[in-house]
Design a binder for this molecule. Structure first.
Ligand code: AMP
Ligand code: GLY
Length: 418
């Protein structure tokens, strides 16, 4: 079968690498892909948001499954267009993807379905939100309702910072509607489940590192690194979280007429009162996928096809190789605000450790040289018998790689091994 994978980040390189191991696969096409995916399948120079062109490519190349990586094409209706054209697709319709594309929609659904989440207020008018914050005299986490590429959440320290955050996010397109959320604390984990609209196959838990700098300092980013399995919880807890969070969400979406087929991602905070959902995503996490997929055994393509209604989603479809994985993101100078492009990347070929995978994200070929072309440039994943071993391998590989302005966190997973 031919498969068309949509996206161009590290998550998509990791998905491409795993899908390529499937005995069901003939040719993998990636739109638009990156220099890493080009080594695995055929990159097609089509923008992920150009839905008519994506459908044209899918029809021309006799695609048996479209796998959608990022959220923007899902919110724009790419899965709906595939279904209209009769092409099986892994990824939810725009209506089901509202679980990510509207935080107000997700919050209401969680309250109605009694899914544990932070208390929140929803405002269509920033002035009313400011007034509410002043009269409450408390700090609130401020969230833009819409998609904001990881920049839609501000966690203030003071009431006046809360007001500034409302002004800042309220002036953005995604922030036409705002959520004020009670501030929770505790370790965070990402739970991702493969879903067929009704059933869920949970993957192992991963822990992302969202802040830019060591010690969880600096602004939020798309994610600077991840490790899996997250050490806070065991496999039996995953089953409990699936029962209390993922399955009720699937039931609520199905009852609303928009069953969710795809990767449902719950961003959880493990508070002293139990797990709480901070956000849902309608896709695999990035960089979480770069840590989870190297540990996955079994035929990922068969599982994704089952989610798309081609076959039956069964518990034994994926299992784990027993290793721990750590992914460290190498970012470009200026990330996350204004990443610089065009810096030559050296040293990737010097990495020969078979326990290390280098996933491309923001890279490009220019004048026969591999150069930086985005904020998160590479994801370097090491696997090992322990988290410490995985980290040692990832950081040893990073020592061989260089580009001007390269920066990364040196403390991925550090809290878990202290
Ligand atoms: P989100 O995109 O909603 O996951 O938010 C991004 C990050 O902001 C999360 O990973 C948390 O670190 C932080 N965050 C979000 N909501 C809360 C909350 N209610 N309390 C404390 N931190 C939060
Ligand atoms: N790493 C967080 C996300 O994919 O949204």
């Amino acid at each position: 079968m031919n498969v068309l994978l949509i996206g161009s980040g590290g998550r998509e390189h990791a998905l491409a690498w795993k899908l390529a191991q499937s005995p069901l696969l003939d040719t993998l096409f990636i739109a638009p892909g990156n220099p890493g995916t080009a080594q695995i399948g055929r990159n097609v120079p089509v923008d992920a948001l150009n839905i008519p062109m994506v459908i044209e490519v899918a029809q021309r190349e006799r695609i048996g499954l479209v796998v959608v990586g990022p959220e923007a094409p899902l919110a724009a209706g790419l899965a709906d267009a595939c279904l209209r054209a009769g092409i099986p697709v892994f990824g939810p319709t725009a209506a089901a993807a509202r679980i990510e594309s509207s935080k107000a929609f997700a919050k209401r659904l969680m309250i109605d379905a009694r899914i544990p989440t932070a208390e929140a207020r929803i405002f269509d008018d920033p002035d009313a939100a400011v007034e509410f914050v002043r009269s409450s005299g408390r700090v609130w986490v401020v969230k833009a309702d819409g998609l904001a590429a990881g920049k839609g959440v501000i966690v203030p320290e003071t009431v006046s910072e809360t007001v500034d955050a409302i002004r800042l996010l309220g002036a953005t397109r995604a922030g036409a509607r705002l959520l004020l959320e009670e501030r929770l604390s505790g370790p965070e984990v990402s739970l991702i489940a493969l879903c067929d609209g009704e059933r869920a196959l949970p993957l192992i838990l991963a822990q992302d590192h969202k802040r830019l700098r060591d010690g969880d300092a600096g602004p939020n980013t798309g994610g600077m690194g991840a490790y899996a399995p997250a050490l806070h919880l065991t496999f039996s807890d995953v089953a409990g979280l699936t029962a209390s969070i993922i399955l009720p969400t699937l039931r609520a979406l199905a009852a609303a007429g928009s069953p969710f087929r795809g990767a449902l991602y719950a961003g959880l905070m493990l508070t002293e009162h139990g797990p709480r959902v901070l956000e849902f995503n309608a896709r695999f996490g990035d960089p979480e996928a770069q840590a989870i997929l190297p540990l996955l055994q079994g035929d990922l393509l068969a599982a994704l096809l089952a989610c798309a209604g081609k076959g039956e989603l069964r518990d034994g479809m994926v299992h784990w190789n027993g290793y721990t994985a750590a992914c460290v993101v190498l970012a470009a100078e200026g990330y996350p605000d204004t990443p610089r492009r065009g810096d030559v990347i050296d040293g990737i070929d010097a990495v020969t450790d078979p326990h290390v995978s280098i996933f491309h994200a923001g890279t490009a070929w220019e004048n026969n040289q591999l150069v930086t072309a985005g904020g998160r440039v590479l994801g370097v994943t090491g696997i090992g018998a322990s988290l410490r071993e995985a980290l040692t391998r990832a950081y040893a590989a990073i020592d061989l790689i260089h580009f001007r302005g390269m920066h990364y966190r040196r403390d991925i997973g550090a809290r878990a091994i202290q």
